[in-house]
Design a protein around this ligand. Structure first.
Ligand code: A2P
Length: 317
């Protein structure tokens, strides 16, 4: 399994299992199938609401000797209502309790968006706090102290633009090691990729298959389905692999980490096998031509009337 060396010298398995939208009742089995198939990187988050079941599954796999803790990479994320300095360490401790772990491999600030404590999903502008009110640098200082305390090995961010990432790096004592963002051939983000390369930050690609399973509120009838894209389908046919495998192989070929979500045993195994698919130069050229800066997870749920966030100031574009 290919590993990526992070700026704190730890090695993160490049391909991981995504668990967003893996329902309680199925996520434990998904994790078990994945680890038995060879996955060594599991991507979690407090807001996914399924960490306790993932923790049960990981504990059983370790107790059965299927995997040792030192060979697993577990990521989780700080939710937006816990950005206040006094809330960061307790939030990580809750996640560790649920996951039944003593230490995370990677803890990410989930969004550059702050909510009042206890608000999981904002309904009105009054639920939100601005980044002036609660600057990312303040939250980050607490993330750094989690590393000092040994509660996580590595820290990073998610959904950060080049501008926000560079601002955070400028004021940080411990650099973010990872930025996890939406990436796939319809949203290639070349400037962000280049900036992360320059800053020695690894990008992790979420929704790499085009997030078919995203909630209905995030769908419109005109959304293109990446897994049915003609170019992707024809490259897959030429290699006798599936479109999903082409998308995963593409993400790995760019030096990013990638975390396709599946709760289906066959697709979990299929996605893992994508690591051995080698795309040719002309396949990569054709895939490069698909970029259309199309976000499936566009953050519109943060852009509430009268609130501090807009799509322009969220993505800085
Ligand atoms: P399922 O969990 O039933 O397999 P993303 O990682 O971009 O968010 O995509 C996840 C979505 O893609 C889920 O709906 C998932 O469904 C589906 N999916 C995962 N792997 C595959 C695959 N190999 N082929 C087709 N669909 C897949």
């Amino acid at each position: 399994m290919k590993k990526l060396r992070l700026n704190n010298n730890t090695l993160m398995p490049a391909l991981g299992l995504g668990t967003w939208q893996s329902a309680p009742g199925e996520v434990g089995r998904a994790v078990e199938v994945a680890v038995r198939a060879g996955y060594r990187h599991i991507d979690c988050a407090s807001i996914y609401g399924n960490e306790a079941e993932i923790g049960e599954s990981l504990a059983a796999l370790m107790a059965d000797g299927v995997v040792a803790r030192k060979d697993l990479w577990v990521t989780s994320k700080l939710w937006n209502d816990r950005h206040a300095p006094e809330d960061v360490a307790p939030a990580l401790r809750e996640t560790l309790d649920k996951l039944k772990l003593e230490q995370l491999d990677l803890y990410l600030v989930h969004w550059p968006v702050a909510l009042h404590k206890g608000v999981l999903r904002p309904q009105t502008a009054a639920d939100m706090r601005s980044l002036e009110d609660i600057p990312p640098a303040q939250t980050w200082a607490q993330m750094e102290s989690l590393v000092d305390a040994g509660l996580c090995r590595t820290i990073g961010v998610s959904n950060f633009s080049v501008h926000k990432l560079e601002a955070l790096i400028a004021s940080s004592r411990i650099r973010p090691a990872v930025n996890q963002v939406e990436l796939h051939p319809y949203l290639q983000q070349p400037k962000l990729l280049e900036a992360c390369h320059r800053e020695n930050v690894v990008l992790t690609a979420y929704s790499p298959l085009g997030s078919r399973g995203r909630p209905a509120v995030l769908k419109t009838t005109s959304d293109p389905d990446l897994l049915e894209d003609e170019t992707v389908v024809s490259i897959a046919a030429s290699h006798r692999v599936t479109p999903a495998q082409v998308l995963i192989a593409w993400a790995l070929s760019r030096g990013t980490s990638v975390i396709p979500k599946s709760a289906n045993p066959n697709r979990i195994r299929q996605n893992f096998e994508a690591a051995s698919v080698i795309l040719a130069k002309n396949d990569l050229e054709k895939l490069a031509g698909l970029d259309r800066h199309r976000r499936y997870i566009n953050g519109a749920f943060w852009a509430l009337d009268g609130g501090p966030y807009t799509l322009a100031n969220l993505w800085d574009e």
